[in-house]
Design a protein. Structure first.
Length: 223
């Protein structure tokens, strides 16, 4: 049975998977939190927990943003700073950048990334060398850099009649999307598996190929 890590899910949700016989480990990247808006740079405080991440074979990531009033208890400085201009700190983005080598190794050895997708939350960060970077949670892998993602919400989803659309149809039927993908900007290899009522892609798959052993499944969150 493959090793699976779920990231961003509540304990009860992971327990349901375990009861169904799925060997799933629960991990998290930290929680976004509020700060006063200003033009100051402040330290990013976080408390990630990704047990045995480098050895996982399937990564299931919930991108939903749940903002708290303050950093997590016993959180620590991450070596990153964030600009306070948006009034929010998302510690998850620096964490996925710091673990990029592990994510790429998982992918290059045939791993699967299942992402419950949301629109981008882009913030200005800088590392200890003060090199500034605009990041969001999609920085988990460079294959997502070219995705054009638009904020939109709805629950009317039609699955495509291709191999993966048919396979994932029952999950799309109980999902509610919070973003759409620009189809004209998709690079070769991506397949649309679900669309909203206006024909815009809300679910994608990128199956393994000669150039890429791993696989991506981008899904709207389950309602």
């Amino acid at each position: 049975m493959p090793k699976i890590i779920t990231i961003g899910f509540e304990t009860a949700e992971v327990e349901k998977l375990r009861q169904a016989g799925v060997l799933a480990t629960r991990g998290h990247l930290g929680h976004p939190y509020q700060v006063d808006k200003s033009n100051r740079w402040i330290e990013v405080r976080t408390k990630p927990n990704l047990p045995n991440y480098a050895e996982q074979e399937i990564v299931v990531l919930d991108m939903a943003t749940r903002v708290s009033d303050s950093p997590e208890y016993e959180s620590r400085e991450s070596g990153w700073q964030v600009l306070q201009s948006r009034g929010i700190v998302d510690p998850r983005s620096p964490v996925v950048v710091d673990r990029l080598d592990d994510s790429e190794r998982i992918l290059n050895h045939g791993g699967v990334f299942v992402v419950f997708a949301t629109a981008r939350l882009v913030l200005d960060y800088r590392e200890s060398d003060h090199q500034e970077r605009r990041l969001d949670l999609w920085a988990i892998l460079p294959e997502f850099n070219d995705l054009v993602i638009n904020f939109d919400t709805g629950e009317e989803i039609t699955s495509e009649r291709n191999r993966y659309g048919v396979l994932l149809a029952k999950y799309l039927a109980s999902a509610r999307f919070s973003c759409t993908f620009n189809e004209s900007a998709l690079r070769s290899g991506w397949e649309v598996t679900g669309r909203n009522k206006y024909g815009q892609p809300v679910a994608l798959v990128r199956p393994p190929s000669e150039d890429q052993k791993g696989m991506f499944v981008l899904q709207p969150p389950l309602a």
